[in-house]
Ligand binder design. Sequence first.
Ligand code: CGF
Length: 868
Amino acid sequence: KIPVQSRELWNKHKVRKFGTAEEFEEKFISHVEWTLARSLYNCDDLAAYQATSQSVRDNLVIDWNKTQQRQTARDGKKVYYLSLEFLMGRALDNALINMRTDTSSQDVGPTDETLTKGNTAREMIRNAMKDLGFKLEDVLEQEPDAALGNGGLGRLAACFVDSLATGNYPAWGYGLRYQYGIFAQKIIDGYQVETPDYWLNFSNPWEIERSEIQVPINFYGYVHRPESEKTTTSPSDWIGGERVLAMAHDMPIPGFKTPTVNNLRLWSAKPTTEFDFSKFNNGDYKNSVEQQQRAESITAVLYPNDNFDQGKELRLKQQYFWCAASLHDIVRRFKKNKRPWSEFPDAIAIQLNDTHPTLAIVELQRVLVDLEKLDWHKAWDIVTKTFAYTNHTVMQEALEKWPVGLLGHLLPRHLEIIYDINWFFLQSVEKKFPHDMDLLSRVSVIEEGSQERYVRMAFLAIIGSHKVNGVAELHSDLIKSTIFQDFVKVYGANKFTNVTNGITPRRWLKQANPKLAELISETINDPNDDYLLDMSKLTELAKYAEDEAFQKKWNDVKQFNKSRLADLIKRLNNGVDIIDRDHIRNTLFDIQVKRIHEYKRQQLNIFGVINRYLCMKEMLQSGSSIDEVAERYPRKVSIFGGKSAPGYYMAKLIIKLVNSVAEVVNNDAEICDLLKVFFIPDYNVSKAEIITPASDLSEHISTAGTEASGTSNMKFVMNGGLIIGTVDGANVEITREIGEDNIFLFGNLSENVEELRYNHQFQNTSLPEALVKVLNAVESGAFSPQNASEFRPLIDSIKHQGDYYLVSDDFDSYVATQDLVDQVYHKDKKEWLKKSILSVANVGFFSSDRCIEEYAETIWNAEPVKPE
Ligand code: CGF
């Protein structure tokens, strides 16, 4: 503590934010000289990026400190969002956009006062950078993506922390600081090849290393219970066998137009300073060091699986390491206030993003019973009131379960606690439903298999939480009628709720699509972009939906974005331009970017492309002119992108097929560039920022009932792209919001899926004619002349293995709907533009700000802490 008499001096030298271009320039130069130890003579774009980031970070840190003080002083309920993935992307541009500009009080950074009219902080910095000899765009390009996530789940967490800060909620995210994020994808000979993404190659200006915050974490060992304590529900000592340290790294998360800057705390593993001297003294120096170094492997890599559970010991270690460190941190802060334990759930809400952090439930119970010596039941009451769990999938292969043996070996005391939690739970079930042995075994946390027994993490998460939510209405209904049906019976339906996902409009509209954002703010007369906080303001756009002059401007923005994407594609295609720029306005950009997965059905998309190609060729062969072909199959570019899990054979084969089809189609002079196919390698957040605004049409075509929500569907709609989709996930609510005239829906409904699958297995179902032609062409080696059988597994899965994802059942409907898309796009541009404008006008519901308000009100019972 600083003595009172010294405080004056502190205040005299109080750090200040830059507010003007000149102040920024001064900061920038001092960071070049002092932080980077460089100078005017060797400051390149990378150094400029780092100096700019450090300067912007300085502003954020001042607000970050004040935010923490304010939130501590007001002592409202704190929210902790536990997510094993945070797919943040780049930070600098986002910080520039979110920087506060709405007040003129002292020391606030760039304000309406210090900025010339209509200018943003971003513009001010762009101009300053120019004066300093740099181009902002080139400098922004230097930043590596923080790709600490696989797909939707991780990006959702990133959108949520943005909205939590924007809404002034006292909320922290907790995650892991992986040294290697999701692998970088290279495409070699059409195949996906994974290469490591060492994103921390150059120091990361956005993290603040908290070397003073190091939490010891134990693994293995054994449980010791004093003689007097007979049962496992009484306090026990866990004598850990291996110890590592969790060190905190903080990333400031700025809210939009508010001085609230929240914290994302990421843990990295490091060896303890304790050293095995016995080994050392025995001359085994190398082993004693190696054991220490093993610690670091815990946070070395992100597991590259999405919607799939691999069950690896290191993954379980990661999960416990992160849960234990985060809980230790949360409990330590709570204890400072000396409030009684019973008030813990009034002070703290913890949200579990999927089942990955479920061990936090067990760890809190352990802390309360073993360390704080609370009675088991009192402790359990606190635990269940604190946690809430978000489910993201109904797919069996994604539901986590850990072998009892493995869990008990790594965390012996936790396994005991899990058994006890289960025991008390099953007792309560037995009381409610006496003698229903089947029910007991169905809901038990322990799955009794013939060989191995497993801990079912989703069940543990439900039992340890007061609320369970799905991520779109259809999904939330499905979990209640399928995987968690028995729990609805046990707890009643009220425990289960829905919070439909959302995305942050700051990144996905303002940052990704500056031209559209500008047109919107000009049209709805909102020069300060307040609509980004209240997206219902977008409904104003509806009245211009048929206005010709406005439609033209709207279309011009789209063309600009399409050219931007065409440039990127050219760059990625080694400088070869596959898109005819003279016809870009009449070329439909049809995009499917997301993780590659059979249930997302990129195979349906590429089969559709093959069908189109074959039909074009057939027309030509039967004597039609190229103009007639163009009339029936107008210009189109089919764009794909996404990563496959490294061990997912079928998904990798789909990538290869897309690239093989591209090779044939793009080089077929006969079809005169009417159809092009491109697979964008290494799809990531910063590429998505260029891809999303450029779509005319995007594809969200999962088998009905399989995609929990989807969030890229929302991103595309927010950028004025129309969508073709199945009645699945959030497509249902998108349809409700934007109107069914503005979306191209097709395919079977989720309620028919079971029957269709049954028919494939037990009846003789025939395949649609057009699909048969497609499969025959693939089978004949039309796209793999060197190896005709290359794609056989994809064909077999449909023809001979029950077509689990119902490609054949939806194929005709998909093709017919694509025809409809062509008709509207090419024959009735006005109608198309009207649909596009109306979609954006009604997309407001999908702002992640709305989600966070729903979580706060219905699950966390938390209030914002507004700055004065
Ligand atoms: O979470 C997903 C995504 N693949 O990461 N799931 N998981 N696990 C779902 O499949 C998406 O449908 C969902 O939008 C996303 C975020 O909730």
